[in-house]
Design a binder for this molecule. Structure first.
Ligand code: 8DG
Ligand code: CA
Ligand code: CA
Length: 506
């Protein structure tokens, strides 16, 4: 028998005995398993965990210092070491220390035998390099939904430059080019190190030639002449100014630019060119382009929660979008409303909006009813084309009037003009309503980031032959809908590691 490599480099606290599960008492306290989700997938991992526990094995998380046996399927030893380090196992200091790295064959034989079988050479995964080195050149996954992207990262100057380029391409209607820069920026956001040399980009996915040139300029000169040129250009600045008006998209802004309009004052003069939404957007331009702070978002969510609960006991309101991803500020507030009894939520939004309006909380609103019934009747092909991200939920886009002091919301008459001291602030609020059976899909779909969502849908379609949107997950070959009671279950259906909202800032 090969010795278990249990030699530890660091002094440790004595290991407590694993807690006994009354259903399945631990029979082998000296063996603590950890199953590697990479390639195994979450669903299979959950199944194997239950199986092992039913046989009296103790199974723990990768972070646990008690783990003695790491079991993986289809990964090399190097890959397992990298995975363990990435998933918080800091005891993988170097080759030879830490738990035994085993192939699934050891696990299968042990389950059949009903006890941990002797570890033979054939069960062991070979590690060829030191873990520190492995971590350094760890591969970055191609889809944003396979990566963990925290809110703050190590390459902000580079990603800001690339995102300026992405925005400029979007302003020109070049969506493919825009996506190229967005994806390159997203990969840099997921890196655990700051890029210092352009050579470090080799092996990273989604970094095209143009992005590489920009990054190189930034690294060598501390700035990119091309990016600066864009930022200084009349067209970019004007497009930015106009698209920051609520209700104004690239097409409208572009037309105004062609017509020679350059400033907000120009638009005031040509007021007839504005629809109701844009008029409200222009009126509240300053407030709506002042970041919404988290306490403001929470104050609004609380007002809406209270009125929802009064109108329909049991109704819940969840803060979604960037704030759910941990952002401290954002451009708007996104609220998802539901009720635990399916169907009860129907009609609730219009009542909430009616009440808010009656209390002078709304400066503008535009609602759209639920069109999901029509959506359900569509052919499969159309369902898959709806994977663009738009959904059919009842929703309302609004401008909310929030009292100056967070938590002390004041509605009612007598409000001052925006910006006057002691008055209020105009804040964009998006409301969306989902029946509880679709809630996990809506929650996942509206948490963002947009790039994370885009890649989730792309991954589902290209890698899994499934169509994901904010209503459902559909298997195109099996022609079945896969239900889910939580976001975690959706990730499991897709064979993806669960990424918490705070790490979806792709
Ligand atoms: P920010 O406001 O902090 O600047 O960022 P954000 O919260 O990430 O952006 P957002 O523009 O408010 O969008 C939030 C999420 O909502 C984002 O993942 C995209 C998603 N979303 C829309 N419109 C639609 C839609 O029509 N259908 C679906 N399913 N999702 C949508 O913005
Ligand atoms: Ca938002
Ligand atoms: Ca929004």
């Amino acid at each position: 028998m090969l010795p278990h490599p249990v030699k530890k480099k660091r002094p440790r606290e004595p290991k407590p005995t694993p807690p006994a599960d009354p259903g399945h008492p631990v029979r082998f306290p000296e063996v603590v398993l950890c199953l590697v989700e990479k390639r195994m997938g979450a669903t299979r991992k959950a199944f194997l965990t239950t199986l092992a526990r039913s046989k009296g094995f103790c199974v723990e998380d990768a972070k646990s210092e008690r783990v003695t046996h790491v079991v993986s399927e289809g990964n090399s030893g190097d890959e397992v070491v990298k995975w363990l380090k990435r998933n918080g196992n800091c005891y993988m200091d170097a080759v030879g220390s830490g738990p035994a790295l085993l192939d699934l064959s050891w696990f299968t034989e042990s389950m059949s035998a009903g006890r941990p079988v002797e570890i033979k050479r054939k069960h062991c995964l070979e590690v060829t390099a030191h873990a520190e080195k492995l971590e350094g050149d760890s591969q970055v996954a191609a889809y944003a939904c396979q990566r963990r992207t925290p809110l703050t990262h190590n390459n902000a100057a580079l990603t800001e430059a690339l995102e300026t380029m992405a925005e400029e391409a979007h302003f020109c209607g070049s969506e493919v080019r825009s996506l190229g820069f967005t994806r390159a920026a997203s990969v840099l956001k997921a890196l655990s190190w700051a890029v210092r040399r352009v050579q470090e980009l080799s092996g990273l996915p989604c970094i095209g030639e143009h992005s590489k040139r920009i990054i190189q300029e930034m690294l060598e000169d501390g700035m990119s002449a091309e990016v600066e040129g864009v930022r200084q250009s009349d067209r970019y600045q004007t497009m930015k100014l106009f698209t920051k008006i609520f209700g104004v998209g690239v097409k409208t802004a572009s037309r105004w630019y062609q017509e020679g309009l350059r400033t907000l004052a120009d638009l005031q003069v040509h007021r007839t060119k504005l629809n109701k939404e844009q008029q409200a957007g222009l009126l509240h331009y300053k407030d709506l382009n002042t970041p919404v702070e988290r306490p403001e978002a929470e104050a609004i969510a609380q007002v809406v929660q209270e009125v929802a609960e009064q109108l329909l006991p049991g109704a819940s309101v969840t803060l979604i979008g960037g704030f759910r991803r941990g952002k401290r500020s954002g451009h708007d507030v996104d609220l998802l409303i539901t009720h635990p009894a399916e169907g009860q939520e129907a009609g609730l939004l219009s009542k909430i909006i009616g009440w808010l309006e009656s209390q002078d909380f709304l400066l503008y609103h535009s609602s759209r009813r639920n069109t999901f019934q029509y959506f359900e009747e569509e052919e499969e092909q159309e369902i898959s084309s709806s994977a663009s991200g738009m959904d059919r939920f009842e929703r309302c886009l609004s401008i909310f009037r929030l009292g100056n002091c967070p938590g002390a919301v004041q509605g009612g008459a007598g409000a001052q003009k925006p910006g006057a001291s002691g008055s209020w602030k105009a804040i964009r609020v998006d409301f969306v309503v989902a029946p509880c059976s679709q809630f996990p899909f809506a929650l996942l779909g509206w948490t963002g980031s947009k790039n994370f969502e885009r890649d989730l849908r792309r991954f589902s379609k290209q890698e899994k032959k499934m169509t994901l949107n904010s209503h459902s997950l559909y298997h195109m070959e099996q022609k079945t809908f896969l239900s889910a009671a939580s976001e975690e279950e959706i990730f499991q259906h897709l064979g993806l590691e669960y990424i918490p909202p705070e790490e979806r800032n792709a």
